[in-house]
Design a binder for this molecule. Sequence first.
Ligand code: MN
Length: 766
Amino acid sequence: MNQTDTANGMTKDTCEADLAESLDETPGISVGGLVGHEPLPKDPAETPQEKLIRRLATMLEAYLEPAQVEDVYRAYFVAERAHEGQYRVSGEPYICHPISVSIILAGMRMDVKGVMAGLLHDVIEDTDITKEQLLREFGEEVAQLVDGVSKLTQLDGKSRAEAQAHNVRKMVMAMVKDLRVIMVKLADRLHNMRTLGVMASQRRRRIARETLDIYAPIANRLGMNELRMELEDLGFAAYHPMRYRVLKREVKKASGNRKELVTNVENAISTRLADCGLTNFQVVGREKHLFSLYGKMRNKRLSFAEVLDVYAFRIITRTVDECYRALGMAHNLFKPVPNRFKDYIAVPRANGYQSLHTVLVGPYGQPLEIQIRTSAMHHMAECGIAAHWLYKSESDQVSLSQSRAHEWLRDLLEIQKHAGDSLEFLDNLKIDLFQHEVYILTPKGKIIKLPQSATIVDFAYAVHTDVGNACVSARIDRALSPLHTQLVNGQTVEVITAPWARPNPLWLNFVVTAKARSAIRGYLRNFKKQEAINLGRKLLEKELGARGMRLEDISDARFNELLKTLDLTSREALQEDIGLGNRLPFLVVRLLMQEEINPLNPRPEGAGKAVRTPLIIKGAEGTVVSLAKCCRPIPGDEIVGFFNPGKGIVVHSSECKNTIDLRKKQFTGLDVEWDKQVVGDFSVEIRLELLNKLGTLAKVASAISKMNANIENVQITDQDSELSTDVITLAVKNRAHLANVMRELRKLSVVLKISRIKSETKPKRT
Ligand code: MN
């Protein structure tokens, strides 16, 4: 009953495959069959391609109807003809690759459409066959599956990173619609990784990196542990060949010494369980795969000896009740290490994984990591979402992993909805894929899973996007805590919201979940868009007002004509464009009025001075109206606005030297005016010539603070033994406030000269 697999250090654990078979009523292909290495009678005249197709046929006949196998053959013939004359880098006919992919899929007992898609998966990308042809020949499902795994071809002018991001995004969206897309893609990737050796080294590394960054984590997220481990080890071997070889050698060396202890512990546990009346259980010493050992060494900075000194065992029982009983017996046999027990049966992991984890102190003091689970949980732990096809039965575990997968896919859709471009989406996807979990409770006792170092804001967004958008603080175990507080396993968190609250860009510095990040970004982007639309409307009204007209005077027909000319889809899009500074409002109005435009002088003198309707500036905050950094206008200054394409309007002081150029380029400045009730602090720079004496700066600082102004920055631009020239950035309310501050400073004997800096990009050096 006891089995070990310490002889080889590899991931494939043959005894686990046997185990799966002996415990499960499902006959035929075992979990290990996923690899697709069924022994077949040899025929020396057979080509590799014939051998592969025969193996596939044997596998399919075991679980598909004869008519379905016929359909697979049809797909095979189309694929074979399409790839005719194409060869892999290894020299094999190309068709060997799609057949191998389908063999992997057949090992998972993928349904007939999935296997057909496996055979055809490269025809859209690499041959003349189109999606439409597949649709006609094989129907909607197969065509969609193949299209889902095909890369986008129209990506000219994009960087490799962008192209990769586009393709991943497309694939993930196809996967959201049909999970079989990712099964085909993972099978494709697995076969490519197995045959990676023949590629040039740079390409090999790139593919390995992508596998470790995206595909192995996706397999993990879908609970497909066995496939994930193989992808990781293949990726590790290709990315760090030296480290892989060294680690493999060390593991092999150590396994001889480990064998005895492993057998002893297995026997001890088995005997105890049997003595206590348990039957039909398995105790297995298990090998960790090389990539996970490597990860432990890196992350926890452990040596070979330290990582190899951990022994891992698995106990498999028939029922949940027996799991907990076995746990009690194990704790009774060896002392447990405090705080290392985890109950993933009561609270399954995000991908549906269930097990009890505990660590015991072994006979010679070594840590023994124990997993305890039922055989059904074990199948799930090995093949995750693939169990749906592999075991056909809809057990609790199978439906749990399915529902968890769908929850994840819904999250991905949400992330996709908010993501600005593919690169941002890929970033968010990676964040989502690489997380360790903590479990946090709502006040009503609902458990919410979050990645490690998640904050209150992450929690709030996990509860609901609206809660996230309106959160202001929270009570953690009844104690009031700020939003950036990182949460710890088991805390109860009550989020406090306020109707006026809205997401703050600074939150992006500390949130860790993709959901929170994309929701905040999306909100801010939307907010800017809304502001731009409003501003664009105002600017349009203002420009029409100057001609004594109103927006309502323009007919819909005229507007639609203009939108068509400008290639815009809606009035809002036009307003947004104007608000973002991409289109000058007076030009839009002239187009609207169908006036001839002289390109050299598009804005004739005197045009539209009938009514003055300045744009009112309310303060320094806002996403589409900002104050120029060169001249730093403050309330009371004469100001003028200019468009900054893509960003909106930048307000300068009328005296700013930079406005001369801007006026030329934009034909005129935009009429803007401070709001009468403007409030807030505005930054302004003053230059001071000071006597270089001890305590001078302190006197200056105290005079400034006496006048209720804040110092934001002090820069000494020039200094000798007598004099010092300093530039001070102050926050003031308005012009009058600044004047008072300067008057106060002039009274000081150490101040020789004082002036406000206007429109200088750099302080002058003398
Ligand atoms: Mn392929």
